[in-house]
Ligand binder design. Structure first.
Ligand code: ZN
Length: 136
């Protein structure tokens, strides 16, 4: 059974890279397993889509101001280090949404981050042969 650990609410710095800043925050606080959520806005974004036939990520760059409708992810261990895997839904000025795997290259305008630590056994990522992804 998973026991809940610490809970954080944090504002991330303007113009930082969203994925990098979340990763920095979880490493600084030694969070090795947990859930991340966020809302806010970004000034540009990069999202990934996993092509299941080619078994590789395809990326889309969105060069526009967007609302973070929802960011949801988890924290696990990859190569001995805590890492964040997050997906994001973004809305433009007409309310149209884009979504995908959060990639480096998403620039923070304002982001309110929620992090919930889960105690107990770590989730360790290893290469999964069936999908060619690193999964726990
Ligand atoms: Zn993903």
């Amino acid at each position: 059974m998973a026991e809940k650990g610490r809970v954080f609410l944090e504002r991330l710095p303007k113009d930082g890279d969203l994925e990098e800043e979340i990763t920095k925050f979880i490493k600084k606080n030694n969070i090795e397993k947990g859930i991340v959520k966020a809302i806010g806005a970004v000034s540009e974004a990069k999202i990934g889509y996993y092509n299941q036939e080619e078994e590789e990520y395809e990326y889309t760059k969105l060069n526009q101001h967007l609302e973070i409708v929802s960011l949801l992810g988890n924290i696990s261990i990859l190569d001995g280090e805590p890492m964040v895997h997050a997906h994001i839904a973004l809305a433009d000025d007409e309310g149209k949404t884009y979504g995908g795997h959060l990639a480096e290259g998403t620039k923070i305008f304002a982001t309110e981050l929620y992090v919930e630590e889960i105690k107990g056994e770590k989730k360790i990522r290893t290469k999964d042969k069936e999908t060619n992804l690193t999964l726990w």
